[in-house]
Design a binder for this molecule. Structure first.
Ligand SMILES: NC(=O)c1ccc[n+]([C@@H]2O[C@H](COP(=O)([O-])OP(=O)(O)OC[C@H]3O[C@@H](n4cnc5c(N)ncnc54)[C@H](O)[C@@H]3O)[C@@H](O)[C@H]2O)c1
Length: 326
């Protein structure tokens, strides 16, 4: 199979690449390396079934030809991470929306129907109503307009494009609402919480919890994520559907910080810092973010292999090894 991964040097993209490389598929990555890192896929660079172009999805002239080559496309390229969203609110919109549309237009023009998975996000649920978020929930964007929601708006637009191209151009597209995904190669630099806690704990620096720390999240190991994505791509039933992808074990940021501290035997203290200090301005956080996974289980039949403890153990080990090597 020929697999195209946009944003393929990023965190999730590089794991999708690894999964398909291991299966012997021909894998083509495109990435502008804005947040991604070629180190994530360096290990594959000499294999005959690996291709890479450092290009911007918005302008790359070869996009149409490459899309026409692919049997399956994972569209992961996006401006991601709370810090980048707050620092570059226009770029979030002007990359994420036209990037997705350009890819879908290329697929529609190719005369060929590659299977397409598009990365959306649990951010589209906004504050929700406090329960586990289901794909059938209404999406409510805060009426207090603020560019903090630009990322969610860009992903809602991508979903709308995806559903419309599936309908009008009969492309086999699935929209993936990722919940917090964690694992090796994720960077803490752009606001992701678990890699930041692990880096701080192994360096015996204070673990910085934003706000009161009672906000909850559910973390899915990326190695579970990529297996589930493959199952979704192989399922006819998931075409023209939106699917939550994640894990539904809920944990508060205070509990997570304590868990990382204990598991790493760290001397770090846990400190709370206001959002204003963390992001340089007032930030409306989402208090509770838990997926309803009924549809996920029905469509994939998948059961997670990675517990949060196993992921954290792995990340601590990798962070210690990195310190030793530096
Ligand atoms: N990691 C999560 O928890 C999570 C949660 C929700 C949604 N998502 C979505 O999943 C996808 C992958 O996220 P990730 O965590 O791997 O982030 P990431 O930042 O590691 O990956 C995104 C990749 O896209 C690349 N990119 C950005 N703009 C580009 C452009 N114009 N042209 C080409 N490449 C470009 C970046 O360099 C990077 O490698 C994203 O679409 C993200 O919005 C991720």
């Amino acid at each position: 199979m020929h697999v195209l991964i946009t944003g393929g040097c990023g965190f999730i993209g590089s794991h999708i690449a690894e999964y398909h490389m291991d299966k012997g598929d021909v894998v083509h990555l495109i990435d502008d390396l804005s947040t991604g890192n070629f180190d994530n896929v360096e290990q594959f660079k000499d294999r005959p079934n690996f291709r890479f172009n450092q290009v911007d999805i918005l302008t790359w002239p070869e996009l149409e030809r490459t899309v026409a080559w692919a049997d399956r496309i994972y569209h992961m390229a996006a401006v991601v991470g709370v810090y980048r969203v707050m620092a570059e609110p226009i770029k979030v919109l002007s990359t994420n929306i036209p990037g997705c549309e350009r890819l879908l237009r290329a697929a529609a023009n190719s005369g060929w129907k590659p299977r397409i998975l598009i990365a959306s996000s649990s951010e589209v649920y906004g504050q929700g109503q406090g329960q586990a978020f289901a794909e059938t929930d209404n999406i409510i964007i805060e009426s207090a307009a603020h560019y903090r929601w630009n990322y969610a708006i860009s992903k809602i637009a991508d979903e709308a494009f995806g559903l419309s191209y599936a309908q009008s151009a009969h492309l086999p597209i699935t929209l993936i609402r990722f919940f917090n995904t964690v694992g090796p190669r994720q960077s803490g630099r752009y606001g992701m919480v678990l890699p930041r806690f692990v880096e701080q704990a192994v360096a015996n620096q204070p673990l910085t919890v934003y706000g009161d720390g009672e906000q909850t999240r559910c973390f899915c190991d990326v190695r579970d994520t990529v297996q589930a994505l493959d199952r979704l791509a192989n399922s006819q039933e998931s075409i023209q559907e939106i699917v939550n992808v994640g894990n539904d074990r809920e944990i508060s940021m205070n509990e997570l910080a304590q868990m990382v501290k204990t598991m790493s035997n760290s001397k770090s203290e846990i400190v709370h810092i206001p959002y204003e200090e963390a992001y340089g301005e007032v930030f409306l956080d989402i208090q509770r973010r838990k997926p309803n996974l009924e549809k996920f289980y029905r469509l994939t039949g998948y059961h997670h292999q990675w517990s949060l403890e196993a992921t954290i153990t792995d990340l601590i080990e990798l962070a210690r090894r990195k310190i030793k090597q530096s």
